[in-house]
Design a protein around this ligand. Structure first.
Ligand SMILES: NC(=O)c1ccc[n+]([C@@H]2O[C@H](COP(=O)([O-])OP(=O)(O)OC[C@H]3O[C@@H](n4cnc5c(N)ncnc54)[C@H](OP(=O)(O)O)[C@@H]3O)[C@@H](O)[C@H]2O)c1
Length: 266
């Protein structure tokens, strides 16, 4: 089975939540890390928590929606570590607003952070992976990438888009020995709802009950790494309800649509 020992893993959204938990779990396995997010001080905090030798962690502050920075950022990583073995596209922002109320700009923002940023970074790192004839791209989608739910229209759309793009990339990259794993978490106990955008693009600002009752970011990270080691194509990680919903959509979609319609908006 694959091991992360000495592998170079670039994680976006490493300053909190699932990204931070992934950084800590990967450090335990001896990986070398690139930590990206906008908040440099939080990335430095995570770097200290990893306990890794300082040269084994590159703190690389970046707003992933500055697409023109994808190439210079990639160059920095290559200068530091000479290669990139794993890219984990984890940075993301959710939504809490109805379609009828939501400004178009909010949809653009959600697509930029949750979808286009991954495309820009993937295009920047892909030539290096093709040249080294190895690489593994891990995309943190969501159960929201499989099911459309209330007050998440833009978030759902961006996460669904990831599946189309990365299923294509997986097929195209087969003979270059590049793997693609798409991860669909359910409810995970992080600040995702606090940072979610409302109809005007402001922060929702509170922890929703569903996230509060979710599994921990640490457990989610462990299960993500297990799936990556097994080179899974797609994986669902969460409580019974969210994972069952994915199968319900596949096998009994009319019931799922009714349940979504009747769910308490949150
Ligand atoms: N928690 C859940 O229930 C859940 C469920 C399904 C999927 N997910 C997905 O899991 C991923 C991680 O979310 P989380 O739950 O850990 O929430 P979180 O704690 O809010 O983390 C979001 C991360 O994304 C980064 N980020 C946001 N906008 C960015 C930007 N423009 N440039 C660079 N980094 C940016 C944030 O860093 P900075 O603020 O420092 O930029 C932060 O590290 C997301 O893709 C989310 O959609 C979460």
């Amino acid at each position: 089975m694959t091991t992360f020992k000495n592998k170079v893993v670039w994680i976006t959204g490493a300053s909190s939540g699932i990204g931070e938990a992934l950084a800590l779990a990967l450090a335990q396995e001896g990986a070398r890390l690139v930590l990206t997010g906008r908040r440099e001080e939080e990335l430095e905090r995570v770097k200290v928590l990893t306990g890794l030798p300082t040269t084994d962690v590159l703190v690389l502050p970046l707003d992933v929606t500055q697409f023109e920075m994808a190439l210079p950022a990639t160059d920095k990583v290559i200068r530091h570590f000479q290669q990139i073995d794993y890219m984990i596209h984890n940075a993301g922002v959710s939504q809490r607003s109805y379609v009828r109320d939501t400004d178009l700009e909010v949809y653009r923002r959600l697509m930029d952070v949750d979808f286009f940023s991954t495309v820009a970074l993937t295009k920047a790192i892909l030539p290096g992976m093709i040249q080294q004839r190895s690489g593994h791209i891990v995309v943190i989608s969501s159960v929201a990438g499989k099911i459309g739910t209330l007050m998440r229209s833009g978030y759902n759309a961006a996460k669904h888009a990831l599946h189309g793009f990365y299923d294509s990339l997986r097929a195209e990259s087969y003979y270059d020995n590049i793997q693609v794993t798409i991860v669909c978490p359910g409810y995970i106990k992080t600040d995702i709802s606090v940072n979610a955008l409302n109809e005007k693009g402001q922060k929702h600002g509170k922890r929703d009950e569903n996230q509060e009752k979710g599994i921990t970011a640490g457990e989610c990270a462990q299960r993500i790494l297990d799936a990556v080691k097994k080179e899974k194509k797609e994986v669902y990680i969460g409580g019974f309800t969210e994972v069952a919903a994915v199968y319900l959509k596949r096998f009994w979609p009319s019931l799922l649509y009714k349940m979504v319609r009747k769910a308490a908006p949150q």
